[in-house]
Design a binder for this molecule. Sequence first.
Ligand SMILES: *[C@@H]1O[C@H](CO)[C@@H](O)[C@H](O)[C@H]1NC(C)=O
Ligand SMILES: *[C@@H]1O[C@H](CO)[C@@H](O)[C@H](O)[C@H]1NC(C)=O
Ligand SMILES: *[C@@H]1O[C@H](CO)[C@@H](O)[C@H](O)[C@H]1NC(C)=O
Ligand SMILES: *[C@@H]1O[C@H](CO)[C@@H](O)[C@H](O)[C@H]1NC(C)=O
Ligand SMILES: *[C@@H]1O[C@H](CO)[C@@H](O)[C@H](O)[C@H]1NC(C)=O
Length: 339
Amino acid sequence: MVRISLKLVVKMIFTLGIMAGSVYIFLRRRPNLRRPDLRRPKPPQQEPRDECERDDSSISNSTSNAEGNPHNYTLILNNPGKCGVTDDDVFLLVMVTSTPGNRKQRLAIRNTWGNETNVKGTIIRTVFAVGLTQDAKMQGDLEQENGVYKDIIQEDFVESYRNLTLKTVMCLKWASEFCPNAKFILKTDDDTFVNIFNLVHHLEGLNATQARRFVTGHVYTLAKPVRHAKNKQREVQWCLTKRDYPRDSFPPYPGGNAYVISNDVTRLIYEVSLTVRYLFIEDVYLGLCLEKLGIDPVHEGGFVSWKDVQSCKDKKIASHWLKTPGAMVKAWKDLIHSC
Ligand SMILES: *[C@@H]1O[C@H](CO)[C@@H](O)[C@H](O)[C@H]1NC(C)=O
Ligand SMILES: *[C@@H]1O[C@H](CO)[C@@H](O)[C@H](O)[C@H]1NC(C)=O
Ligand SMILES: *[C@@H]1O[C@H](CO)[C@@H](O)[C@H](O)[C@H]1NC(C)=O
Ligand SMILES: *[C@@H]1O[C@H](CO)[C@@H](O)[C@H](O)[C@H]1NC(C)=O
Ligand SMILES: *[C@@H]1O[C@H](CO)[C@@H](O)[C@H](O)[C@H]1NC(C)=O
């Protein structure tokens, strides 16, 4: 009984196997019966779009200048007394690059980590740096906001991504002109969260030698320019042709979302920038200026790119991942509870 059914099963499997094989061979010889769309020839592979080459001449020539980078812009909004009203020297000048429309981000920063009274016994000054808007209402709102808080500086270059380096140079120029008494400056963005307590503590721990000709942040070394943007938004933004930037790698530079400069070199960096050809990637541009001055930026692990800095228990200093003003307020609450 058992033997017979085993034989039967073997026979059936064999028969079924042959049948399946025949059907398979039959279908293969008539490809249109078998998943027709997979057999269709693929459309020819599209050449990756090279935005870099395409848009180069029209965009990057607007401000590039082989002779250097003259900075002949005029301050429309200024608060010249910002650093000069106290007898004591300013320890830290916080310069937040912003855009005219980002009022909510500025309010969040004023109410949280950027408030000048956060660190008892340490004089901190905070300003927001913006470019020019063509929108008259937005400009009116900005002037009104500055009337209340007296902390906005604005130069008359057009606000745009490709002009970010102009904003950095504006900050260097302003700090050397209107805040020479500050010991350090922090250049940061309005979507960056700073653990101001850890930052001040870190800077106070430097000795006199370390605090001279000092630039720190998350330092990138041996980074290479993106030459071909393959349709990725970020690559398109950062893409550089050989004409924009002929060298194969960048000098060391501190990541742009937050870096600190000892104020003894701010004027030097500003002055050397006038002789360094414009590059719209502002942190790399700073690296080029530092290289020309022979200043090596010092890497500091507390400047993180994509991690939270919401606790005083770790040594984190700044982070670049708080996309909304609400997130900034929440991070601040978490931070002060842990301090
Ligand atoms: C941009 O500058 C390059 C070299 O400086 C020049 O060859 C090119 O013609 C310029 N393009 C435009 C659109 O002005
Ligand atoms: C910018 O200012 C410098 C010095 O003040 C001057 O020599 C130069 O001609 C100006 N350049 C432009 C384009 O206005
Ligand atoms: C900074 O904080 C103080 C004390 O909490 C507060 O009175 C002040 O309004 C804040 N400043 C700004 C610009 O929000
Ligand atoms: C940068 O600002 C200058 C001066 O206002 C302006 O002429 C230029 O068009 C701006 N560049 C871009 C890409 O917006
Ligand atoms: C400052 O600190 C550095 C690094 O810790 C040390 O090498 C140097 O000797 C110190 N200089 C002074 C003047 O204390």
